[in-house]
Every structure is written in C-alpha cells, then in structure tokens.
Ligand binder design. Structure first.
Ligand code: AOF
Ligand code: ZN
Length: 360
C-alpha cells in the first residue's frame, strides 16, 4: 500500500478534480504490475496497473490488488474499475480509503464481494484519506481546500524590519513551496503583495503547469502595469474586489483579468463568497500566500483548511518586522486557531510544521 501511495503522488497536480490514486498488483510475493491515475479523464489506477501487468507478460488472475482508493463502480469518463478487476480474476483487493463520491461510497467494495473477491478495507486508511484530503473536502463541500503557507524566522518574522524577505528559507524549502504552485489549482495573494513584489505567481519547474492567480484587491489598486495584469491572457487571473466602478473594472478586463465583486460587512472582500464562486468554477484547492492581513482575514472567515509553516533557523529581530498573521488577533490563548494532525518535517536546513485547522 505504501508503494501504491507513492505511485499515486506521481499524478499530483494532473488529476484534478479527481483524486490521486495508485495501485499495485502482487502475486506470489512479487509485484507484477503498477499503475496510477495519470491525469483527469485518463485511465484509473487499477486499469493502469492491469495494463502494466499484461505488458510485462504477467497474468493477473489470482493476484492481490492494493489500491489507495476504493475501486469505482460507475461509468464516468472511464468504465468501472470493478469490472476490470472482476474480469482479470483478481482474488483479493486491499483498499486504503473508501471513496465518498456518492456514485461509489461503498458500492465498489460491495460489488467486488458479491463476485466472491476477498476485500480488506482500511489498509493505511488514515494516510490514504490524508493523501486525498483535497478531493474529499471538495466533493463534500464544493469549496476549495485552502492551504495557508508562509515562511518565517525562528523569532516569527516574515521580513526584516526594512521589509526585505528574500530569502528566509533555504533552497529545498523554496523548491517544495514552488512545486505547490503546480499541485494546487489556485494561488491567492493580497494587493499589498502584488504592489510590493510584482510577482508572477507561476510555476517555473519543468513539466508543470501554472496556477490560477487570485488577487484580493478591495479597492482595485494593483497597478495595470503589474506583471500579473500584463500576463493575464497567458495565465488565468482573477481579481476579487469590492470596487464597483465599471470603468475601472473594464481597465483590468481589457488585459484579460476576471473580476469578482463581493462585499463583506467590514468593507473587505467576502472571502467565503469568493470561495463559493471559485469552487463553482472547479477550483478545488487554493494556496494562500498572504500577506499578513489577508492571512488573518482568511482565518477569521473560516476558509483556511490547513497551515504550512516553514521555520528557518535564524532570527531577524525588529519590533516592526512583520509576522505571518496580522489583524486584531484573538483575545485569549484559549481562542487560538489550533492545528490537528500535525506533521513536522525537516526540509533542508528548515523545518516544516503542517497541520489541519480544528473544526474545519
Ligand atoms: C478509482 N481509481 O484511479 C480514480 C478514481 O470520470 P471518471 O471515470 O474518471 O471517474 C472519476 C471518479 O472516479 C472520481 O470522482 C472518483 O470517485 C473515482 N476516481 N477511482 O477507482 C482511480 N481516479
Ligand atoms: Zn475507477
């Protein structure tokens, strides 16, 4: 199953809005076929593994199948995997997570059992569910899964007192974060970040794709000359705003930007409504890259599903140097936003602390 999970990861970024899925065929203690869901609309992992098995000249009859997600039993863009598993004469199927897609939801497993195939459920279940947390969240809520990501020093600064932030973390962490731009569908920043850094927010690694850029700009103040606006025809760009000035809106639209107008009682972009609209557009995941004010607003609006905090082993000092989350903050330690299912990982010289927000 661990190997199947590894294979599933190879599809990350390409399968949306489908899950990442891996499958391994084992016979007499030998792997005789491997596969993963390579891209949206493509063959499912099970069929890939069966095809791989046959291309190796092996016979899948009587083999065990390890698959990270319950095999589907519906006609979608591809025919049901249960059918392929049954026809191949697989004798035992080990399943990681149940597929909560209402079209499947246990029916895939039932169908296999009805055909006399042994099924063992819940193998590395928690890990397999975690691997597809974006898929599960989106299919249940139709809202994007939001990852708040930031890099800070050991004394909690995201920039020096003079405002410089390049670089806080080392190369390994920066590459990992850059890869997220391919793995997640949207990337969201505030207008302040666009004005200060004039970023491209693209993915510059080979064989990857660019995320949809989402800028929260309450008053439509990002310059028309900014690189994001100038390249909106090449990379999808959404500006979320409260500004209703038609003439101003048209200026951005001329460059190919899409404008979403929402308004919250506090005069800022209604992040919940924005998420509803992005979700309806098929954006199932958003990488939130701040700044500090937008991070706070996102927390307060309850749209953040998980936090990825990279901590660099250095200190900046400076009473006015910014920290990752600003706003008014909570009054008491007991009111804190808390992480569950926490993960700690060394990434080069830095440390990643990640976890999902409680009650999300
Ligand atoms: C699997 N193995 O590798 C994947 C599954 O439109 P389709 O035919 O691609 O079906 C998509 C649905 O099938 C998806 O929402 C999920 O429930 C399941 N995905 N199932 O057994 C796979 N990708
Ligand atoms: Zn399938």
């Amino acid at each position: 199953m661990r190997r199947a999970m590894e294979l599933a990861e190879l599809g990350r970024g390409w399968t949306k809005t489908n899950p990442v899925v891996g499958a391994v065929l084992v016979k007499e203690d030998r792997i005789i076929g491997e596969g993963y869901h390579k891209k949206f609309g493509g063959l499912h992992a099970e069929r890939e593994a069966l095809a791989d098995c046959r291309s190796r000249g092996e016979d899948p009859a009587g083999a065990d199948l390890y698959v990270t997600l319950e095999p589907c039993c519906h006609y979608g863009k591809t025919p049901p995997c249960t059918q392929a598993v049954i026809e191949a004469g697989i004798s035992h199927v080990f399943v990681g997570a149940e597929d909560i897609n209402p079209l499947v939801a246990g029916a895939g497993i039932r169908q296999l059992r009805e055909q006399g195939i042994l099924v063992t459920e819940g193998v590395l279940q928690e890990e397999c569910e975690y691997q597809n947390r974006v898929f599960f969240h989106y299919i249940q809520t139709k809202l994007p899964y939001v990852r708040m990501k930031y890099a800070m020093t050991l004394d909690g600064k995201i920039a020096s007192a003079s405002g410089k932030s390049q670089w806080i973390t080392g190369e390994a962490a920066r590459e990992q974060v850059h890869r997220m731009r391919h793995e997640m569908t949207g990337i969201m920043v505030g207008a302040g970040t666009v004005i200060a850094d004039d970023p491209m927010l693209n993915c510059r690694l080979p064989q990857t794709k660019d995320p949809v850029r989402i800028v929260c700009d309450t008053t439509l103040r990002i310059p028309l000359k900014s690189r994001i606006v100038q390249t909106a025809e090449e990379q999808n760009t959404i500006i979320a705003t409260c500004c209703q000035d038609e003439a101003k809106i048209r200026e951005y639209q001329k460059y190919g930007c899409r404008i979403i107008v929402t308004e919250h009682a506090d005069g800022k972009v209604d992040l919940k409504e924005l998420m509803r609209q992005l979700g309806a557009d098929g954006i199932e995941s958003v990488l939130l890259e701040g700044g500090a004010m937008l991070n706070w607003s996102a927390l307060e609006a309850g749209i953040v599903n998980e936090v990825y905090a990279y901590v660099a082993p250095k200190l900046f000092g400076g009473a006015d140097a910014k920290s990752p989350v600003a706003g008014i903050g909570v009054d008491y330690p007991d009111d804190a936003y808390c992480l569950v299912s926490q993960r700690v990982q060394q990434v080069g010289e830095d440390i990643l602390i990640a976890g999902e927000l409680k009650n999300k």
